[in-house]
Design a protein around this ligand. Sequence first.
Ligand code: P5A
Length: 444
Amino acid sequence: MRLSRTFIPTLKETPSEAQIVSHRLMLRAGLVRQHAAGIYNWLPMGTLVLRNIEQIVREEQNDAGALEVIMPTIQSGDLWKESGRYNDYGPEMLRIQDRHERDMLYGPTHEEVVTDIFRNNIRSYKDLPLNLYQIHWKFRDEVRPRFGVMRGREFLMKDAYSFDLTYEAARHSYNQMFVAYLRTFSRMGLQAIPMKADPGPIGGDLSHEFIVLADTGESAVYCHKDLLRKSIPLVVDYASNLQPIVDDWTSEYAATDEEHDEAKTIELGDDLVSARGIEVGHIFHFGKKYSEPMGAQVASPNGDMITPFMGSYGIGVSRLVGAIIEACHDDDGIIWPDTVAPYRIGLINLKVGDPDTDKVCSDLYAKFHEIGMSTLYDDREERAGVKFSNMDLIGLPWQLIIGPKGLKDGTVELKRRSTGERQILPLDSVLSTLTGPQSEVGLG
Ligand code: P5A
């Protein structure tokens, strides 16, 4: 993409309404603009990042055996009356009446809708286990929407729902999501720590939050220091017994504020990290809480009707954009992990109008396009200083800097955004350096 043709409204000044660094940088780098309190427009750069995050989430859900669906955003209130949550959910639920004065609502979550799909379509134990997920917009009329997309009113969530015949099978489904979450966050460059959590209005007796530590996080959390450096399973056979992996991750102490046991503070001493964290995911096992009142049943092998055990599993997809920036930035701007970056490389033309420089840049840009390396080409007639600071702010992993001075010696400069490291490369080795077998840059 040519910078002159795209829409990246960067801001020089720090917007006064933004209290935390990720919100400031999302506005300054032109990722989002607020539409109303807690409701955002996603501009082109923000949309690219959101889509990349979504894709990682999708791949890991698919690998774990979940099936993607799309459920409605507007739901019938009657379903929520059946589950008993219509009144319980309170003012966070945006209630709407249609022209026939039927009670409708903008979905804050989809346990009722998915249970309705299940009871209308699944009859036999042979169709289990089943895990359906979607990546879709939710609305919660939060009292205090804040920190930009971190606590929005409208936000993008991945929500999955599992159905199983027995408690043991339901635990396996829970464990599958647990492990998929470890892998998902790690692919985004985040260390997310599973912590015992309060199930809140979703309900149930077993629940973990996945927390990324950050000073600006909304929750106070406590965990054993070894969890900060634990590595995730690289290859997973989801059909195998996953309990050992889950046990390995949950044997060290980790709890959110509501679940924290003060005795552990003394017991663990210096091994206990007391920090703030961002909840990027939350998983629940709640048994028959929805299937029972809504009458979801399947025939068991001996013909008895059985009410399935359920779990639900959320990831804050739009919140992750903020969480990643909280974890990956410096004073100059965002430092996108390679896997979620809106473009892999920023190509900076230092002297637009100089025929040689223009030609080298546009040839390379065309070549990158041909080999599928996503590139943002700064072809604007701007001062070099402006281009450098914009590129640092936007945070693409690599910058390729091309100007008449270097070209006189047949060289260009490659900068790694995360380390600031610079290499001078002969022009004719740019492509092989960027795409060769030793290259860290890779394609995409
Ligand atoms: C699990 C999936 C649920 O809603 N039902 C379906 C369950 N869980 S949850 O913990 O309430 O939400 C899941 C994740 O969504 C993100 N999230 C938010 N992101 C931005 N703004 C909000 N207001 C917001 N509320 C929840 C969190 O990452 C949470 O873990």
